[in-house]
Design a protein around this ligand. Structure first.
Ligand SMILES: [Fe+2]
Length: 222
Protein backbone atom coordinates (compact mmCIF):
# COMPACT_ATOMS: atom_id res chain seq x y z
CA UNK A 1 0.00 0.00 0.00
CA UNK A 2 2.45 2.65 -1.13
CA UNK A 3 -0.07 5.42 -0.83
CA UNK A 4 1.06 9.02 -1.04
CA UNK A 5 -0.66 11.74 0.90
CA UNK A 6 -3.36 13.27 -1.33
CA UNK A 7 -3.53 17.05 -1.42
CA UNK A 8 -6.06 19.37 -3.04
CA UNK A 9 -4.28 21.65 -5.52
CA UNK A 10 -4.82 25.36 -6.05
CA UNK A 11 -5.29 25.01 -9.80
CA UNK A 12 -4.97 28.21 -11.91
CA UNK A 13 -8.78 28.42 -12.16
CA UNK A 14 -8.94 29.55 -8.52
CA UNK A 15 -6.99 32.72 -9.35
CA UNK A 16 -9.00 33.60 -12.44
CA UNK A 17 -12.27 35.41 -12.98
CA UNK A 18 -14.42 32.75 -14.53
CA UNK A 19 -17.31 33.61 -16.81
CA UNK A 20 -20.50 32.92 -14.82
CA UNK A 21 -19.00 30.74 -12.07
CA UNK A 22 -18.34 32.94 -9.04
CA UNK A 23 -15.27 33.07 -6.81
CA UNK A 24 -17.45 32.15 -3.85
CA UNK A 25 -18.72 29.01 -5.57
CA UNK A 26 -15.14 28.10 -6.45
CA UNK A 27 -13.92 28.65 -2.89
CA UNK A 28 -16.78 26.70 -1.32
CA UNK A 29 -16.21 23.98 -3.87
CA UNK A 30 -12.50 23.88 -3.05
CA UNK A 31 -13.40 23.07 0.57
CA UNK A 32 -15.34 20.01 -0.60
CA UNK A 33 -12.39 18.90 -2.73
CA UNK A 34 -10.06 19.37 0.25
CA UNK A 35 -12.47 17.39 2.41
CA UNK A 36 -12.38 14.45 -0.02
CA UNK A 37 -8.56 14.42 0.02
CA UNK A 38 -8.59 14.45 3.82
CA UNK A 39 -11.11 11.61 4.11
CA UNK A 40 -9.36 9.52 1.44
CA UNK A 41 -6.11 9.92 3.41
CA UNK A 42 -7.90 8.99 6.63
CA UNK A 43 -9.39 5.85 5.02
CA UNK A 44 -5.94 4.89 3.69
CA UNK A 45 -4.52 5.20 7.19
CA UNK A 46 -7.24 2.96 8.63
CA UNK A 47 -6.89 0.40 5.82
CA UNK A 48 -3.13 0.23 6.39
CA UNK A 49 -3.50 -0.27 10.13
CA UNK A 50 -6.11 -3.02 10.13
CA UNK A 51 -5.02 -6.36 11.50
CA UNK A 52 -6.37 -8.43 8.63
CA UNK A 53 -5.81 -11.65 10.60
CA UNK A 54 -8.20 -10.52 13.30
CA UNK A 55 -10.62 -8.12 11.66
CA UNK A 56 -14.19 -9.16 10.99
CA UNK A 57 -15.22 -9.76 7.39
CA UNK A 58 -18.98 -9.23 7.13
CA UNK A 59 -21.05 -8.23 4.13
CA UNK A 60 -23.88 -6.63 6.14
CA UNK A 61 -21.68 -4.37 8.21
CA UNK A 62 -18.05 -4.55 9.12
CA UNK A 63 -15.48 -1.86 9.71
CA UNK A 64 -13.44 -3.17 6.78
CA UNK A 65 -16.44 -3.07 4.45
CA UNK A 66 -17.51 0.42 5.54
CA UNK A 67 -14.03 1.86 5.21
CA UNK A 68 -13.22 0.19 1.88
CA UNK A 69 -16.54 1.24 0.31
CA UNK A 70 -16.45 4.82 1.54
CA UNK A 71 -12.79 5.06 0.55
CA UNK A 72 -13.90 4.85 -3.10
CA UNK A 73 -16.37 7.71 -2.50
CA UNK A 74 -13.67 9.87 -0.94
CA UNK A 75 -10.95 8.95 -3.46
CA UNK A 76 -13.10 9.54 -6.51
CA UNK A 77 -14.42 12.75 -4.94
CA UNK A 78 -10.80 13.85 -4.90
CA UNK A 79 -9.89 12.56 -8.37
CA UNK A 80 -12.99 13.90 -10.11
CA UNK A 81 -12.53 17.37 -8.66
CA UNK A 82 -8.84 17.28 -9.51
CA UNK A 83 -9.75 16.98 -13.17
CA UNK A 84 -12.71 19.36 -12.93
CA UNK A 85 -10.72 22.23 -11.43
CA UNK A 86 -7.69 21.38 -13.57
CA UNK A 87 -9.54 22.02 -16.78
CA UNK A 88 -11.45 25.13 -15.75
CA UNK A 89 -10.01 28.59 -16.41
CA UNK A 90 -9.63 28.17 -20.17
CA UNK A 91 -11.02 30.01 -23.16
CA UNK A 92 -13.91 27.64 -23.83
CA UNK A 93 -15.27 27.47 -27.36
CA UNK A 94 -15.82 24.37 -29.42
CA UNK A 95 -13.95 21.15 -28.74
CA UNK A 96 -10.60 21.15 -30.46
CA UNK A 97 -7.52 19.05 -31.21
CA UNK A 98 -7.37 15.29 -30.90
CA UNK A 99 -10.43 15.25 -28.62
CA UNK A 100 -12.59 16.81 -31.34
CA UNK A 101 -11.09 14.45 -33.92
CA UNK A 102 -11.87 11.35 -31.85
CA UNK A 103 -15.37 12.50 -30.94
CA UNK A 104 -16.09 13.29 -34.57
CA UNK A 105 -15.04 9.79 -35.59
CA UNK A 106 -16.81 8.08 -32.67
CA UNK A 107 -20.28 9.62 -32.81
CA UNK A 108 -22.36 8.86 -35.93
CA UNK A 109 -23.58 12.48 -35.91
CA UNK A 110 -20.07 13.83 -35.23
CA UNK A 111 -19.18 16.66 -32.89
CA UNK A 112 -22.63 18.20 -33.13
CA UNK A 113 -24.19 14.99 -31.81
CA UNK A 114 -21.70 14.81 -28.93
CA UNK A 115 -22.34 18.43 -27.97
CA UNK A 116 -26.05 17.71 -27.69
CA UNK A 117 -25.38 14.38 -25.97
CA UNK A 118 -23.23 15.80 -23.20
CA UNK A 119 -25.77 18.52 -22.45
CA UNK A 120 -28.60 15.99 -22.18
CA UNK A 121 -26.32 13.71 -20.13
CA UNK A 122 -25.68 16.64 -17.78
CA UNK A 123 -29.43 16.96 -17.27
CA UNK A 124 -29.71 13.19 -16.72
CA UNK A 125 -26.93 12.70 -14.16
CA UNK A 126 -27.32 13.23 -10.42
CA UNK A 127 -23.64 13.84 -9.81
CA UNK A 128 -21.21 13.79 -12.69
CA UNK A 129 -20.81 13.30 -16.39
CA UNK A 130 -17.43 11.84 -17.11
CA UNK A 131 -16.16 11.78 -20.66
CA UNK A 132 -13.90 8.78 -20.65
CA UNK A 133 -11.46 7.10 -23.01
CA UNK A 134 -11.57 3.29 -22.94
CA UNK A 135 -8.13 1.72 -22.80
CA UNK A 136 -9.46 -1.55 -24.20
CA UNK A 137 -10.91 -0.35 -27.48
CA UNK A 138 -10.03 3.34 -27.71
CA UNK A 139 -13.69 4.42 -27.63
CA UNK A 140 -14.90 7.57 -25.91
CA UNK A 141 -18.21 7.96 -24.10
CA UNK A 142 -20.18 10.29 -21.80
CA UNK A 143 -20.59 8.24 -18.60
CA UNK A 144 -23.48 9.34 -16.38
CA UNK A 145 -22.58 8.97 -12.71
CA UNK A 146 -25.07 9.50 -9.91
CA UNK A 147 -22.29 9.82 -7.36
CA UNK A 148 -18.58 10.01 -7.88
CA UNK A 149 -18.12 6.27 -7.36
CA UNK A 150 -21.06 4.89 -9.32
CA UNK A 151 -21.17 3.58 -12.87
CA UNK A 152 -17.75 4.36 -14.17
CA UNK A 153 -16.35 1.31 -15.92
CA UNK A 154 -12.96 -0.38 -15.64
CA UNK A 155 -10.16 0.86 -17.88
CA UNK A 156 -11.98 4.10 -18.59
CA UNK A 157 -9.67 7.09 -18.29
CA UNK A 158 -11.54 10.33 -17.55
CA UNK A 159 -10.59 13.14 -19.90
CA UNK A 160 -13.39 15.61 -19.17
CA UNK A 161 -15.23 15.86 -15.84
CA UNK A 162 -18.48 17.77 -15.60
CA UNK A 163 -19.70 18.20 -12.02
CA UNK A 164 -23.49 18.56 -11.96
CA UNK A 165 -24.06 18.26 -8.24
CA UNK A 166 -26.08 21.25 -7.05
CA UNK A 167 -23.15 22.66 -5.08
CA UNK A 168 -21.47 23.38 -8.42
CA UNK A 169 -24.19 25.76 -9.62
CA UNK A 170 -26.96 26.49 -7.08
CA UNK A 171 -25.42 29.74 -5.82
CA UNK A 172 -24.79 31.21 -9.27
CA UNK A 173 -27.67 29.85 -11.32
CA UNK A 174 -30.29 28.47 -8.92
CA UNK A 175 -31.02 24.85 -8.05
CA UNK A 176 -33.41 24.25 -10.93
CA UNK A 177 -33.13 22.25 -14.15
CA UNK A 178 -32.80 25.53 -16.10
CA UNK A 179 -30.16 26.76 -13.64
CA UNK A 180 -28.19 23.61 -14.29
CA UNK A 181 -28.44 24.12 -18.05
CA UNK A 182 -27.11 27.68 -17.71
CA UNK A 183 -24.26 26.39 -15.55
CA UNK A 184 -23.36 23.71 -18.12
CA UNK A 185 -23.06 26.45 -20.76
CA UNK A 186 -20.85 28.47 -18.37
CA UNK A 187 -18.73 25.37 -17.74
CA UNK A 188 -18.07 25.05 -21.47
CA UNK A 189 -17.26 28.77 -21.76
CA UNK A 190 -14.50 28.28 -19.18
CA UNK A 191 -13.16 24.94 -20.31
CA UNK A 192 -9.48 24.56 -21.15
CA UNK A 193 -9.50 22.20 -24.13
CA UNK A 194 -5.70 21.92 -24.01
CA UNK A 195 -5.99 20.30 -20.58
CA UNK A 196 -8.63 17.90 -21.93
CA UNK A 197 -6.34 17.06 -24.84
CA UNK A 198 -3.40 16.44 -22.51
CA UNK A 199 -5.50 13.95 -20.54
CA UNK A 200 -6.49 12.25 -23.78
CA UNK A 201 -2.88 12.14 -25.02
CA UNK A 202 -1.85 10.36 -21.80
CA UNK A 203 -4.68 7.86 -22.16
CA UNK A 204 -3.89 7.15 -25.81
CA UNK A 205 -0.19 6.73 -24.98
CA UNK A 206 -1.08 4.26 -22.22
CA UNK A 207 -3.19 2.24 -24.65
CA UNK A 208 -0.50 2.26 -27.33
CA UNK A 209 2.11 1.20 -24.76
CA UNK A 210 -0.04 -1.67 -23.54
CA UNK A 211 -0.69 -2.83 -27.11
CA UNK A 212 3.03 -2.71 -27.92
CA UNK A 213 3.92 -4.76 -24.85
CA UNK A 214 1.09 -7.20 -25.67
CA UNK A 215 2.33 -7.61 -29.25
CA UNK A 216 5.93 -8.19 -28.11
CA UNK A 217 4.81 -10.85 -25.66
CA UNK A 218 3.03 -12.73 -28.45
CA UNK A 219 6.08 -12.87 -30.72
CA UNK A 220 7.44 -16.41 -30.55
CA UNK A 221 11.09 -16.55 -29.57
CA UNK A 222 13.57 -18.83 -31.30
FE1 LIG B 1 -18.24 19.06 -6.75
Amino acid sequence: MPWDELKAKRWPAFDKELDGISKQTMEDHFKLYEGYAKKANQCRGILKDFDYGEIEGNQVYSELRATAVDYTFALLGFKNHDLYFGHLGGQGGDASGRFAELIDAEYPGGLDMWQKSIRKSASSARGWVMVGYDLNDGSIFNYIMDTQNLWAVYNMVPVLALDVYEHAYARDFGATPDGRKEYVEAFFRNLDWDHVNRQLAQAEAAREGAQRVGAEEQVPTA
